[in-house]
Design a protein around this ligand. Structure first.
Ligand SMILES: NC(=O)C1=CN([C@@H]2O[C@H](COP(=O)(O)OP(=O)(O)OC[C@H]3O[C@@H](n4cnc5c(N)ncnc54)[C@H](OP(=O)(O)O)[C@@H]3O)[C@@H](O)[C@H]2O)C=CC1
Ligand SMILES: CC(=O)[C@@H](O)[C@H](O)COP(=O)(O)O
Ligand SMILES: [Mn+2]
Length: 314
């Protein structure tokens, strides 16, 4: 067996020219292997949403042919599958579903003393710590709106978010005639992962389908943007520039780790991200587009340093 480790080795493995490379790394550290896989001509099965959020055009410019990215994030896989029902010009809106996380229905006041243990208790999915905390703050949904807009070339104002606590409808596409097509299945990542690897073909018996022999309720409710401001913040970044979305993600990564280390209170996570964005806004608007991966890394480095300073000063 050959064991390889370290950042350069991850990039080298991604660049090996496999038919499909699945990127399931957490964080924007996943961008360079994504770029390496695309440049090598591999199909990229992408769970690492941070590649899209932090990399912006750097990711898409690395493609050697159209449609080289197979979305694996469950919502984006659902949209990708639903988009088979019509053309891009026929799409009216994308509707991204959110579980609402463990604190759905709470006011901000009732979220002041949340502990890492409480926030790591996702109601429907078993996932790694960073994405689980992001689901609880709804920052995951903010990142996913950015991801959807860029993957499917749909502007933010035509992407809705609806809270669906059962996580059965993984997202939907509304078409111009009023039809809505969704992809539904019990929450199980084996399905989008398998499709990401096998597309355009479907494999047999990957995961359980919905059970129609017992009564079930699927509910949908609006997102409470006051209690969960992360989606609005992400939309503002998406409208502003690709540098804003990279800063959003980098500051959030620092804040989530600080919360998990008990150096930051729960409400401080999104608050810190907002403060970093406010501090860097003028600078980002002055040069909104990345000139290179090094430029992206420098931008992220500053965002992380500013987030760390805000966290340390609290
Ligand atoms: N879990 C899920 O259901 C879903 C996850 N995603 C996305 O997929 C990604 C992974 O999530 P998840 O599997 O939950 O996270 P986990 O924390 O369970 O796993 C993260 C993986 O990333 C690896 N990793 C972290 N840092 C580095 C690094 N610097 N270099 C190489 N590898 C690294 C870890 O390796 P090691 O173990 O060696 O530390 C680990 O294998 C995230 O972007 C998440 O948002 C999207 C949809 C669903
Ligand atoms: C499984 C998956 O794709 C996660 O990103 C999931 O979306 C998290 O669920 P919520 O963010 O909706 O709570
Ligand atoms: Mn998701």
């Amino acid at each position: 067996m050959h064991v390889r480790a370290g950042h350069d080795e991850v990039d080298a493995i991604a660049a090996s020219g496999a038919d499909v490379v699945l990127n399931g790394i957490t964080g924007s550290i996943g961008l360079t292997p994504s770029i390496a896989a695309l440049r090598a001509g591999s199909q990229l099965a992408l769970a690492n949403k941070e590649s899209v959020v932090a990399g912006g055009h750097l990711l898409f410019d690395a493609q050697t042919r159209p449609d080289q990215i197979n979305p694996v994030d469950s919502e984006h896989s659902a949209i990708w599958q639903s988009l088979r029902s019509g053309t891009h010009a026929e799409v009216s809106r994308l509707v991204v579903t959110a579980s609402g996380g463990p604190f759905r229905g709470r006011t901000r006041e009732r979220m002041r003393d949340i502990t890492p243990e409480q926030a790591l208790n996702h109601p429907t999915w078993h996932m790694g710590p960073v994405v689980t905390i992001n689901s609880s703050t709804l920052m995951n949904k903010g990142l996913e709106v950015i991801e959807a807009s860029r993957l499917f070339d749909i502007p933010p104002e035509r992407i809705a978010v609806t809270v669906h606590p059962q996580s059965i409808v993984h997202s939907m596409v509304e078409f111009r005639d009023g039809a809505t097509i969704c992809q539904a299945s019990p929450p199980d990542m084996r399905l989008p992962i398998a499709l990401g690897l096998s597309a355009p073909d479907r494999l047999d018996d990957v995961a359980a389908a919905c059970d129609w022999s017992t009564a079930a309720s699927w509910t949908f409710e609006p997102l409470d943007d006051e209690a969960f401001p992360a989606v609005d913040l992400a939309r503002r970044c998406l409208n502003a520039s690709e540098k804003h979305t990279a800063v959003l993600n980098a500051a959030n990564e620092q804040a989530v780790h600080a919360f998990l280390d008990r150096r930051l209170p729960y409400l401080g996570i999104v608050d810190t991200v907002g403060r970093v964005l406010d501090a860097m806004d003028g600078e980002l608007r002055g040069a909104p587009r990345f000139t290179s991966v090094d430029d992206m890394l420098a931008c992220e480095h500053e965002a992380r340093a500013r987030a760390d300073a805000i966290i340390a000063a609290r």
